[in-house]
Ligand binder design. Structure first.
Ligand code: SF4
Ligand code: SF4
Length: 446
């Protein structure tokens, strides 16, 4: 076993907050349970940033587990695969995570759960070429599973003028309540480590690090026990939100700053989530496309919160049932965590490739605040990890001075919510930032 190395002073970034209640104790020690097979799955067609994939099946088609349902709609796109064997019963619409109905493929399972015979054989990643590995990742429909859903093969194809010398895996899981990544690192560290090493091989990079917040000592220990054989360094990070944000993670681990308007590659880095790394390993070593993921179902009102390995296309209501329901009437259903997740209006919204958690909040946890005038206390400035001035920015935006907000770098806003969390006047700062960003993007498209 390699010696456990944690920097004497945990690495971090300037700004940020420490939420008073992290809610992780509800599920952090709950082992991942394999979800039962369902009779019906609803696979949303567009689960990636970029072009939506093109549906290649039609009503009545028989499919096997892993068969292609939709081909990538361009380079920045990701293929979709069947989560089980069965029959396509409809190509229609279903509730999407952004609150509107979106195109979806409906599958009636046959109960056999048979793998497709069209899937490629597993590769020995140490012997395969970088092009073979990248092509396998692209054909397996892998996207950023930490929330961004950016196609992974695109991130692994930086332009020739961008010199990448560092691969960073995000194992911070800084969002309160979520523990899916935590359990993945504890229970299958070798998949995460191998996925990281595969990315290093594709990019020709030897400097590979996994950043994990220090509130997950068991995950750090599990990764460090095998890290040396994969040439990966495990870095303990201060518990601070939003430690898992790409720019903050790069700064904490390398000391480099991503320039304003830039990408991690502008700082010589490629950042991926640990679940994405595990999916890469499955695609390369097993030939399995991305059809399942670990999801945390949690909240104080959930009877038996836990972590489940679920198929993509599983309606959220099934997770609530597996967790034995709720103790009291939920007031809010959120996909993701409480800071950056999205409130839902339907329990039929299905799990997508980037669904890390399902959070149910009850009466005691939902407090309706009246927003009041800014008292210029500066708490939002202190909390902002992007060195913005959210209070003054929000006043510009309220007065529809979007150009001025743009000149004051509102486009750099991560929408992390740290400012709103810190604001004693309960100003809707994130909503203001989102509005300004949308207006600036809209104006740019005219
Ligand atoms: S939401 Fe935007 S403005 Fe507010 S703290 Fe996060 S990055 Fe800063
Ligand atoms: S935290 Fe709220 S009240 Fe304080 S300066 Fe920022 S916007 Fe104003």
């Amino acid at each position: 076993m390699s010696e456990r190395v944690i920097p004497p002073k945990p690495l971090s970034f300037p700004g940020g907050i420490h939420p008073a209640k992290d809610g992780k104790g509800l599920t952090e020690h709950k082992a991942v349970e394999k979800a039962p097979l369902l009779e019906d799955y609803v696979v949303l067609v567009s689960q990636n940033v970029g072009a939506p994939p093109k549906v290649t099946v039609k009503k009545g088609d028989a499919v096997k587990k892993g068969d292609i349902l939709a081909e990538a709609g361009g380079f920045v796109s990701a293929a979709l695969h069947s989560p089980t064997s069965g029959v396509i019963t409809d190509i229609g619409e279903a509730p999407g995570p952004m609150g509107v109905n979106v195109p979806a493929i409906f599958i009636k399972a046959d109960g056999l759960d048979e793998w497709s015979d069209k899937l490629p054989a597993g590769l020995n990643w140490r012997e395969a070429s970088a092009d073979e590995l990248k092509s396998r990742i692209a054909s397996s429909g892998i996207v950023g599973m930490g929330g961004a859903a950016f196609p992974t093969h695109v991130k692994l194809s930086p332009p020739p003028d961008k010199k990448i010398d560092c691969v960073i895996l995000n194992g911070a899981e800084c969002e309160p309540y979520l523990t899916a990544d935590h359990r993945l690192m504890v229970e299958t560290p070798e998949r995460v480590l191998a996925g990281a090493a595969i990315m290093g091989k594709i990019l020709g990079v030897e400097n590979i690090a996994i950043g994990v917040e220090l509130n997950k000592p068991d995950a750090i220990a599990a990764l460090e026990a095998r890290a040396q054989e994969y040439g990966v360094k495990i870095v303990g990070l201060k518990v601070q939100y939003p430690q898992g944000s790409e720019k903050q993670l790069i700064y904490a681990i390398t000391g480099r700053c991503v320039p304003t308007g830039g990408l991690p590659m502008d700082a010589g880095c490629v950042v991926q989530n640990v679940a994405t790394a595990a999916a890469i390993y499955d695609a390369v070593a097993e030939g399995h496309p991305l059809i399942e993921r670990v999801v945390t179902i949690t909240g104080d009102i959930v009877v038996n919160p836990g972590n489940y390995l679920v198929r993509i296309g599983t309606p959220v209501i099934k997770l609530v049932e597996w967790a034995s329901g709720v103790k009291s009437e939920p007031r809010k259903l959120i996909l993701g965590g409480p800071m950056m997740g999205f409130a839902q209006k339907s329990y039929n919204v299905p799990v997508s490739k980037n669904t890390s958690g399902v959070l149910l909040l009850g009466g005691a946890e939902i407090i309706q605040y009246e927003s009041s005038s800014c008292i210029r206390c500066g708490m939002c400035v202190r909390g902002c990890p992007m060195h913005l001035s959210p209070g003054p920015l929000s006043m510009l935006i309220e007065n529809e001075k979007f150009d001025l907000a743009g000149q004051n770098h509102v486009m750099d806003c991560l929408e992390c919510g740290a400012c709103a969390y810190a604001c004693p006047a309960h100003r809707p700062l994130v909503q203001h930032m989102r509005r300004a960003k949308a207006e600036i993007r809209r104006a740019g498209k005219k």
